[in-house]
Design a protein around this ligand. Structure first.
Ligand SMILES: [Zn+2]
Length: 277
């Protein structure tokens, strides 16, 4: 699939680079929902009937800053056979890893951390050597507990290296990371999940992270995924953001939706995902 072209918001340019896809079983994508109810809405699916979820890494070009939001699943993962394509996509867009000024990690799940660090000549280092990495303090403290580091290879690979690099920022609450670009507290999917709100010109955009994994989450905001740390809180956060997004016509950036840019529209008593042109 050809990536969507860049979008311009005033002085800010948004483009996405794919790190490939994940395949997720319907009963994981929507826990507590019978597969017969969700399956008709899950196109595209693979041969096993698992939903195909892309990973759209966003690049924000704002003045002198070049900001990545999330870093895909990375070069190798037990969750997928093929290597990720993020660095190839950045190269095709003329972006060298050295040019990235900031990396926002919406949360610390493996499919968002993948290219944060890389092994070069036997040593693991930040992939983006000049970047400041942003991860919420509560998120870092949660996932660096010994039981998680012991059982999740991606956490063990990336978080200690980032912490030791001197490049990691761990803000507690809301924070402005660049002029007009803020990290918002959107907890529930994980304890310190963050979304990115930015305004430029007449448009305000919200990078949702994993507030929604699939367009069906807009119609059924209470259908939590098996990956939500706190499903009830994730539902409340999703609903709050959908209300705001529909009321203010926010341009939304969805990491795992088939196409990354769209809007929330009222649909009956709920919402629906309207892809942007
Ligand atoms: Zn994800």
């Amino acid at each position: 699939m050809t990536p969507p072209g860049p979008r311009t918001l005033g002085d800010v340019v948004l483009l996405t680079c794919s790190d490939g896809d994940l395949a997720i079983a319907p009963e994981r994508l929507f826990r507590d929902v019978p597969v017969a109810r969700s399956a008709p809405f899950l196109q595209p699916v693979n041969a096993q009937g698992h939903a195909i979820l892309p990973m759209h890494v966003l690049v924000i070009r704002a003045g002198q800053r070049l900001i990545l939001v999330d870093t895909g699943l990375g070069p190798s993962s037990p969750l997928r056979a093929q290597p990720g394509t993020l660095l190839d996509g950045l190269a095709q867009a003329g972006i060298a890893p050295t040019a990235i000024s900031d990396v926002v990690l919406s949360h610390a799940h493996p499919d968002h951390l993948g290219w944060s660090t890389s092994v070069v000549a036997g040593q693991r280092r930040p992939t983006f050597p000049h970047a400041r990495y942003w991860l919420a303090g509560p998120e870092f403290r949660h996932w660096t507990q010994p039981q998680f580091l012991a059982t999740v290879p991606a956490l063990r690979d990336h978080l200690p290296v980032l912490a030791a690099s001197g490049q990691l920022e761990l803000p507690e609450g809301e924070v402005e990371i660049a002029p007009g670009i803020r990290l918002l507290e959107t907890p529930g999917h994980t304890p310190g999940h963050r979304s990115v709100l930015m305004s430029s010109g007449k448009t305000t955009a919200l990078v949702m992270g994993d507030l929604s994994h699939h367009p069906l989450h807009f119609q059924k905001p209470n259908w939590s995924s098996a990956f939500d740390s706190a499903p009830e809180q994730a539902y409340r956060t999703r609903l709050r953001v959908l209300q705001q997004a529909a009321a203010e016509r926010l341009l939304l950036v969805a990491y795992h939706h088939p196409t990354p840019f769209g809007y929330a529209e009222h649909w009956g008593a709920s919402y629906r995902w309207q892809p942007a042109d």
